[in-house]
Structures are given as structure tokens and as C-alpha cells.
Design a protein around this ligand. Structure first.
Ligand code: OAD
Length: 305
């Protein structure tokens, strides 16, 4: 459990320490300095006050935010309790091998198996509903923009639940699973909420071509427009939220580091400690469906008289 080794106010506000912290960021021995700088743990009121003051907010979400909508994460908290969980709630990569399902080579080798798996997941996403975490993030976006600030939501999720919850400025880093695209023309198609009739599904746009999910597979480039939009937002943000992601898959995981380099205040919300927990300013442990509504309320609800 991260803990504060020196009084946090000293580390944050002493001018010399603040200067050294910024000046030597990136130096090889900087980690010695940052090891004195453990995150505040579960400080919701500090997080709310920083969120209320922020003018440019970026949030990045991962599979954890959709867990309370019944969608399985890829890895994560199942480590301790995996054996007790029913199989259909275990982390996906604990049951399936990403090399045989989530790469261009896997699709080339066995398009029927890969498209069946992605169609199963597509239907699961369509059947799921946004949960209080998704709804609270959309409310936070409205509050920040209503007061003249900017809010950008970077998501690694392909389920489209943020859109359905009312978030508007969403950057899909890994594409989406709801739409599929032609392997020949790359045209994107909206699909009805029913399973495909045949696997692999033929493309309606080019003879002999197939449809593939409009997601990013391991070994593929992220969409350039998404990367550019994300980089621009991170460059200018003063507050960065990392929510429900194990923070191990790059380049998405790199945005937190970039935000820190730009001196944004960083907050993590996750069910368990992650690769990011020790480097953020505040680390809040718990479910995003509980914490995000509390954070939104604490930051933006007028105090009751
Ligand atoms: P992961 O499955 O790696 O991590 C999910 C995180 O959510 C874990 O750290 C969990 O502890 C946390 N978590 C679980 N339930 C939660 C809850 N209710 N509230 C808050 N946190 C919770 O998912 P991602 O980080 O999104 O890429 O994974 C990144 C990428 O790896 C995915 O986009 C996908 C995957 O392989 C591709 O398929 C290309």
C-alpha cells in the first residue's frame, strides 16, 4: 500500500523541492527523488478540489470502468480471487490467448475463429448498459465544459459505453467493436444487433473480401487521428485521471507519463494497485462505479444549505 514518507505539503509546495522535482524529471536518478514522493491514498476531497479547479481535464479509461456493466476485463484483480470467480467473469486473457485472437496474424490464420470470438464480444457489449461510473464521467465532462474548461476522454475500451452514457469528446484509442470494416476497401459498416449469419462474415463492399472488427489488434498502429487528438489534449491538460486500467499497454499507458512531464496533477481510480499507482499524485482504490459519482458530487454539487 503506497504511503506518504514525508509530509505531502512539504513535497508539493516547498519551492526548492518543487524546482528540483521539475528540473530533474527524466534524470536517471530521478526515481530516488520520486521515491520520497508517494501518492496520497484515497484522498477524495483533495481529488475533488483539484478537479473543480482544473481548466483542462483528460481522463483515460480501461476495461475496469466497464466491469460493473458486466463486461470482463483483460487482466487484473482476478489474480487473488481467480479460482473463486465463475469462468464467465474471469479476465479474458486468463481464459483466452491474445496471440491467437487479437493479432492480424491470428485473423489471417483462422478468420472464422477470430470473427466468432469478436462477434460474441460485440453482442455482449451491445447487451451491456452504461454503469454509474460511465454516467458520472459524462456528468464531469458537462460540469467542466459548462464552466469554460475542456474535457477529453481517451478510452482503450471498444464497447462504446461512454458514448451511450452521454460523453461527447471521446477519443477511441483502440477503435470500437460495434462497427466492422472491409478487409479490402477499409469501409466501415454499422451492424444490426444480431449475430452474423456466416463466419467469417463476407464483406458487402468487395468480392472475396471479409469483414473484420474495427478494433486495433496487437501489432497494429493506433488510428493516427486518435493519437494526435490524445497527444494534443495531454500536452495542455492540467489534470489527468487514469481510471480502471492496468496501465501496462502502450502507447495508451504512456499518456499518464506525458501528462506528468507536463506537470499535470494526476489521479488514479482503480480496484487494485497498478503500474501507475506509485507515480500518480492521488491514488484512489475502489470501484469506479462508486468513486466517480462521489468525485463528481464532491467536485461540482453545490453544498446543501
Ligand atoms: P485490463 O484488463 O488490463 O485492466 C483493467 C483494470 O481495471 C485492472 O487494473 C483492474 O484492477 C481494474 N478494475 C477492475 N474492475 C474495476 C472496477 N469496478 N473499478 C475500477 N477498476 C477496476 O484493461 P486495460 O487496461 O483496459 O487491448 O487493458 C488495456 C488493453 O489491453 C485493452 O485495450 C486491450 C487489452 O489487451 C487490446 O485488445 C489491443
Amino acid at each position: 500500500m503506497p504511503r506518504c514518507l514525508l509530509p505531502r505539503s512539504l513535497l508539493l509546495f516547498h519551492p526548492l523541492l518543487a524546482f528540483l522535482r521539475v528540473f530533474f524529471r527524466g534524470a536517471p536518478w530521478h526515481s530516488v527523488f520520486t521515491s520520497l514522493y508517494d501518492p496520497a491514498v484515497n484522498d477524495l476531497s483533495l481529488a475533488a478540489s483539484r478537479l473543480r479547479q482544473a481548466r483542462s481535464v483528460v481522463a483515460i479509461t480501461g476495461a475496469g470502468i466497464s466491469a460493473e456493466s458486466g463486461l470482463r476485463t483483460f487482466r487484473g484483480s482476478t489474480a487473488a480471487s481467480a479460482a473463486e470467480l465463475p469462468r464467465d467473469m474471469q479476465a479474458l486473457w486468463a481464459e483466452f490467448d491474445p496471440q491467437t485472437l487479437a493479432t492480424p496474424e491470428a485473423f489471417e490464420a483462422d478468420p472464422e475463429k477470430v470473427s466468432r470470438w469478436y462477434d460474441w464480444r460485440r453482442l455482449g457489449c451491445l447487451a451491456a448498459e452504461p454503469n454509474p461510473g460511465h454516467l458520472a464521467l459524462a456528468a464531469i465532462e458537462r460540469s467542466v465544459t459548462a464552466s469554460g474548461g475542456s474535457f477529453t476522454l481517451l478510452t482503450q475500451n471498444v464497447d462504446r459505453l461512454h458514448h451511450r452514457a452521454g460523453s461527447t469528446n471521446v477519443v477511441e484509442l483502440h477503435g470500437n467493436i460495434i462497427q466492422w470494416r472491409c478487409t479490402s476497401t477499409h469501409r466501415v459498416i454499422d451492424l444490426p444487433p444480431e449475430p452474423f449469419a456466416t463466419f467469417p462474415p463476407p464483406s458487402p463492399f468487395a468480392k472475396g473480401a471479409l469483414l473484420r472488427p474495427h478494433v486495433v489488434w496487437f501489432g497494429e498502429m493506433l488510428p493516427p487521428q486518435a493519437l494526435e487528438a490524445a497527444a494534443a489534449a495531454v500536452q495542455s491538460c492540467d489534470l489527468f485521471l487514469s481510471i480502471g486500467t492496468s496501465a501496462v499497454v502502450y502507447p495508451a499507458a504512456g499518456f499518464l507519463h506525458a501528462a506528468r512531464q507536463n506537470n499535470a496533477f494526476t489521479i488514479e481510480i482503480n480496484a487494485e494497485p497498478t503500474a501507475a499507482s506509485r507515480i500518480v499524485d492521488i491514488c484512489i482504490q475502489g470501484s469506479s462505479g462508486d468513486i466517480l459519482p462521489s468525485l463528481a458530487n464532491a467536485a461540482f454539487s453545490p453544498p446543501s444549505s
